[in-house]
Design a protein around this ligand. Structure first.
Ligand code: SF4
Ligand code: SF4
Length: 309
């Protein structure tokens, strides 16, 4: 659904301007029932050429490795994924479930879910650490919950125009074009972050790092540079970033107190600190300001921004 909202380029432009022939998409295809399994069979047998295999969703291996908890077109989905990955020119994983396993892979993981080439932040996943597609590239990961539509269409354009080898990928196979900057870059609350002024859900002004668990300083994604629907982003709407483009999402395996809440030591020092700083270094530079704000808040003198105006 996110993919269908793409704007630069749109899904229609992928077809009309870049010559991409969408063989099958669950929400767009006319094929149903055996037409789908016949098409997929033809691809696996080489009767129909598939240049790019784009997969969304975790690979469900349960029960006992059979994959039958998720059947599709007469077979376990994991068997289709295995066969289609072998014949594809390029393999692209879309969204957190396909990239790292996502929410289904949170312990106790009853469906034995995993990602295409990673399980959380460990390389391997369903296809294995050494997998490369026919083009010689590993799985290209476009994470997000959901993935931003323009990240998807722009990578498909890079592949279809023969430019994908110019797109560098990071250790987690994410295109650096979209996953080098932090979500904090372009956030309208950045000044409040520097000034240690806390904010809250839906409150105008104030930074969401100090109380409601914003992961913008630890999350690589261009959500505040390439806005969603060209309009906004979570943090611009004063909703904390959940860190959905980082391997390991959902962070802390959703333990109680870890979602929409800043986990802290001593009641005021954030346990998760901005990427690139050590806890000690961060506390040394920011700790006093954070502590003062915590004391002010406990005395009812807090700097949280008044949002009623
Ligand atoms: S709201 Fe989040 S992304 Fe924005 S400045 Fe604060 S911590 Fe950074
Ligand atoms: S703001 Fe954070 S949680 Fe929201 S889409 Fe971007 S990376 Fe994911």
């Amino acid at each position: 659904m996110s993919f269908l909202c793409a704007e630069e380029p749109t899904v229609v432009e992928l077809v009309t301007d870049f010559g991409i022939n969408i063989l099958y998409h669950p929400s767009l295809a006319l094929e149903i029932g055996h037409q789908v399994s016949n098409l997929l069979d033809d691809i696996v047998r080489g009767k129909v050429q598939m240049d790019i295999f784009v997969y969304e969703g975790s690979i469900i291996q349960g029960p006992n490795g059979s994959g039958t908890m998720n059947n599709f077109a007469d077979r376990p989905m994991q068997d289709w994924v295995s066969d289609l990955s072998k014949v594809a020119g390029y393999v692209v994983a879309i969204g957190d479930c396909a990239t790292w396993g996502g929410i289904p892979a949170v312990p106790p993981n009853p469906t034995d879910s995993t990602g295409m080439q990673f399980h959380k932040d460990a390389k391997g996943g369903f296809l294995g650490a050494d997998f490369v597609s026919k083009s010689g590239l590993p799985v290209i990961n476009i994470p997000g919950c959901p993935a931003h539509p323009d990240w998807i269409t722009q990578i498909l354009v890079a592949i279809s125009t023969g430019r994908i080898k110019d797109v560098l990928i990071d250790d987690y196979h994410r295109p650096k074009t979209f996953f080098s900057d932090f979500v904090q870059t372009g956030c309208t609350n950045a000044v409040s972050f520097s000034n240690k002024i806390g904010g809250g859900f839906g409150k105008r002004g104030g930074c969401l790092f100090y109380e409601v668990g914003c992961r913008g300083p630890m999350t690589r994604a261009r959500c505040n540079r390439i806005l969603w629907n060209r309009q906004s982003s979570k943090t611009r709407a004063n909703h904390p970033c959940l860190g959905c483009t980082e391997p390991g999402f959902p962070h802390h395996d959703l333990v109680k107190g870890s979602v929409f809440k800043t986990m802290k030591y001593l009641g005021f020092l954030p346990k998760d600190v901005p990427t690139g700083t050590t806890r000690l270094g961060y506390y040394a530079s920011a700790g006093a300001g954070i502590a003062l704000n915590a004391i002010e808040r406990s005395l009812g003198l807090g700097q949280d921004v008044d949002t009623s105006k």
